[in-house]
Design a protein around this ligand. Structure first.
Ligand code: BGC
Length: 362
């Protein structure tokens, strides 16, 4: 049975217990004081989406160091290129690392490399994206719930137009299994209510491609006839909004997003974007780091996991699935500011001072 854990509080409680269990030198796989150095490969997909290098990387490194002061980390960024990531996996395997954290550029294309790691007895933790092949564990957010939050928010924003309104769907990269789950979650809310007038996949989650696709949608459908835009993340929202503005669409239709990027939060305050999805990267990285350290020490990953998920190959693996949070103008303060993700000063930096005052943030 696929038992996905959807409770952040529980997930966090179990993760922090695991932190005690796997504190450096205390695991059964280690001899205290032996000074055996472990190496963890950290393979991230790109820097096109800011989260990977700006949030996930430092947070994962911090967690790994906290749990294992003498662990070495081998980081590589695949620049959105499947072949580069396959080479990075192979060289990480050749270096004889003790565990690999992998956020796959393309989940299916990485399956063979994950198999080579497993054959070399190197456990692979699929990070955020469910890589195919014999992974040892998985850490992510509930991706269908992300889509449901986006779909629900779009219906709320459409109000009276929610029935029969015409929307454009900007989906993510088809090689990323999350993109399909986001879309399925969104469609579970939108289907039968709005009309999907145009729909695009966006290879490599590129904002430029979303910009071009939105420009094409506007010229086919007509500027005034787009009632809402489902953008799967904040980068696609940025591209879509740029095209709508370039075509002088006014007022802008509601646009969704994901990742709570600072630029997106500022667009929400300025009235250009309707919502984003806040996925606290700290807890995700804490779970990923704890799993990586446990794996590198040969500890059972169930000590860190809060549930199990079924991989495409049918295996059940230990997993941590965290809960995403919808953020609109009304909730920026109670979520992102309250959690210390951004200060009011960052959100309201010029030229947004007046908007912040108007919406009651300052
Ligand atoms: C992640 C999102 C991210 C997107 C593009 C997805 O797999 O879950 O947070 O915006 O990839 O990098």
């Amino acid at each position: 049975m696929n038992t996905c854990v959807r409770d952040t509080a529980l997930a966090l409680a179990v993760v922090s217990t695991a932190v005690t269990l796997t504190a450096c030198g205390s695991g059964a796989g280690d001899t205290p004081g032996s000074g055996s150095t472990r190496t963890i490969g950290l393979l991230l997909p790109d820097s096109t989406t800011p989260r990977w290098e700006e949030q996930d990387r430092p947070l994962l490194e911090q967690k790994i160091r906290q749990l294992c002061a003498d662990c070495r980390i081998e980081h590589a960024d695949a620049k959105g290129d499947v072949a580069i990531q396959q080479e990075q996996m192979d060289s990480t395997i050749a270096h004889g690392v003790d565990a690999i954290v992998l956020a796959a550029v393309d989940a299916r294309a990485m399956a063979a490399a994950v198999g080579r790691a497993a054959a070399a007895h190197i456990p692979v933790i699929a990070y955020d994206r469910l890589a195919e092949g014999p992974i040892a564990g998985y850490v992510s957010f509930d991706a269908e719930e992300v889509g449901r939050l986006q779909g629900k928010a779009l219906l709320t924003a459409l109000g009276a137009q929610a029935h029969g309104g015409r929307i454009v769907m900007m989906n993510g990269d088809p090689g990323d299994p999350n993109a399909l789950s986001f879309k399925q979650g969104a469609l579970s809310e939108l289907r039968g209510k709005v009309t999907i007038a145009k729909e695009y996949d966006t290879p490599q989650w590129s904002a430029e491609t979303a910009d071009q696709n939105m420009a094409a949608a506007i010229s086919t459908l007509g500027a005034g006839s787009i009632d809402g835009v489902y953008a799967a993340n904040d980068e696609l929202a940025a591209g879509s909004i740029a095209a709508l503005k370039a075509d002088k669409v006014s007022p802008l239709p509601p646009v969704t997003g994901q990742d709570a990027e600072l630029a997106a939060v500022r667009r929400i305050v300025g009235g250009d974007q309707y919502m984003t999805v806040y996925k606290p990267f700290g807890p995700e990285a804490a779970a990923g780091g704890a799993m990586a350290v446990a794996a590198a020490r040969g500890r059972p990953l169930d000590e860190v996991a809060t549930g199990r998920v079924r991989t495409r190959g049918g295996a059940e693996v230990p997993a941590v699935l965290l809960t995403p949070v919808s953020v609109t103008l009304a909730t920026v303060k109670n979520t992102l500011v309250k959690d210390g993700v951004y200060t009011i000063g960052q959100i309201c930096a010029p030229p947004l001072a007046r908007d912040c005052h108007r919406v009651g943030l300052t």
